[in-house]
Design a protein around this ligand. Structure first.
Ligand SMILES: Cc1ncc(COP(=O)(O)O)c(C=O)c1O
Length: 417
């Protein structure tokens, strides 16, 4: 298989292809195919961008139908039919039925663009520059978002100072640390050296941070802390939103209402680039064009996104994700955890992590390689890349899910041997 072109001409910054050095051609549901026709089960799912399956037939047909009409593709942020339908469907079928109320800001097409917009708007609303983010978080790679992202490897690539963020220890990091009290002390102590933030930004389950779900109680406590101190709460649902954890919004399990929600990845339905901020109406104090961008209006993304809302409701995707998540939990608990008492399993919905950190962080990498040899695509996450991540498309058939899990179990067994 010819990968020379990439090695010769593509920047060495490339990353995922290093774990999967094949040339891929087509994909359907939870299966990818390479140039030689070899099939791979996908437990990585475009890092959460294709929750509803590769080439989801319903969504794809809507896109084909739209293309066939010579529908406008690029329209800046002009009014278009696909944008109107996307907004109406998101508001009427997803947001309002959940007792939520948000306006929608369309951002540049990647997650990090949405994060930039959200923190900029939080700062504009409060007149404060500091933001609280949690250690272990990942919020993107552009400078504002990167100042939030805690991973040192990524931060060191910035070549610029990354300011105006205070990183708070995540609750799992220090046993017995009352994180809410810690944050309150930072505000109340006139010798804390920390300025009151505009916002607290968080993933409800840290994904790149090693599949670390925060408890419902902690999420509610953060909400209460923000309310008490007049601080905005921003949930980054870029990776764990769009049904990944078993509900459309990941924070639904805690019954909270964030002030802003950032969404990207699967909000584009079928892997189309799209990023949005959902914001409380009174926060919408932008001046026209004050946060702009050429690609805030890819019509095919709107078509695919709208189609995905209709499709996920019709197909009970939330309940199905919870059911399949239970298959993953039960299988790994029975077949993998007994292999070594130091292994840890964390997750919910269809995002799970096997943590090798207490044995040897490098084992996660070994398992990824063994899985790939057996035609299963997986990635790692967390400190030292020690967490083997399991994140299949939500549409994966039970049989394929079990087949993939068996490959994982065999790979872990081999790696530990
Ligand atoms: C939680 C979270 N926030 C932000 C981002 C950044 O999104 P993008 O890579 O599209 O800029 C990611 C990407 O993995 C993410 O997982």
């Amino acid at each position: 298989m010819n990968t020379k072109t990439f090695e010769q001409y593509e920047s060495v910054v490339r990353s995922y292809c290093r774990h999967f050095p094949k040339v891929f051609t087509d994909a359907k549901g939870a299966v990818l195919k390479d140039e030689d026709g070899t099939e791979y089960i996908d437990f990585f799912c475009g890092a959460g961008a294709v929750n509803y399956g590769h080439n989801n037939p319903y969504i794809k047909q809507k896109m084909i139908d739209y293309l066939a009409t010579d529908g406008i593709i690029h329209a800046l942020d002009m009014y278009t039919v696909p944008k109107r339908e996307f907004i109406e469907t998101l508001e009427e079928k997803i947001i309002k039925p959940r007792g939520l109320s948000y306006k929608i800001q369309f951002c540049g097409p990647t997650g990090t663009n949405g994060v930039e917009a959200a923190i900029k708007l939080a700062r504009k609303n409060t007149g404060r520059s500091n933001i609280f983010a949690f250690m272990g978080c990942f919020h993107g790679m552009t400078l504002g978002a990167l100042s939030l992202t805690s991973e040192m490897y990524a931060r060191n690539g910035a070549g610029a100072s990354l300011n105006d963020v205070t990183h708070i220890p995540a609750p799992y990091m220090f046993e017995g640390l009352d994180v809410i009290n810690y944050m309150q002390t930072l505000l109340d102590d006139d010798h804390s050296a920390v300025s009151k933030p505009a916002a607290v930004i968080m993933e409800t389950t840290q994904a790149e941070g090693g599949i670390r779900p925060f408890t419902n109680e902690f999420l509610r406590d953060v909400r209460a802390f923000c309310d008490k101190n007049d601080i905005l709460m921003i949930v980054d649902d870029i990776q764990v939103g769009c049904c990944r954890t078993g509900t459309f919004f990941s924070f639904e399990r805690a019954g909270i209402k964030p002030d802003m929600v950032v969404m990207s990845k699967s909000i584009g339905g079928i892997g189309m680039p799209l990023s949005i901020v959902l914001l409380r109406e009174d926060l919408d104090i932008w001046k026209p064009a004050e946060h702009n961008g050429t690609f805030r209006g890819n019509q095919l993304s709107f078509v695919a996104g709208k189609a995905s809302f209709d499709w996920l409701l019709e197909n009970n995707v939330e309940a199905e994700t919870q059911r399949k998540g239970e298959i993953v939990r039960a299988f790994l608990t029975k077949e993998v955890l007994p292999l070594d008492s130091r292994l840890e399993l964390r997750g919910l919905g269809l995002i799970w992590g096997l943590d090798f950190g207490k044995i040897n962080p490098e084992l996660a990498e070994v398992v990824i390689e063994k899985c790939f040899e057996n035609h299963l695509i997986c990635e790692c996450a967390g400190r030292d890349g020690a967490v083997f991540k399991i994140m299949p498309p939500l549409v994966i058939e039970d049989e394929l899910l079990n087949k993939g899990l068996r490959i994982v179990a065999d790979a872990v067994k081999e790696a530990l041997a």
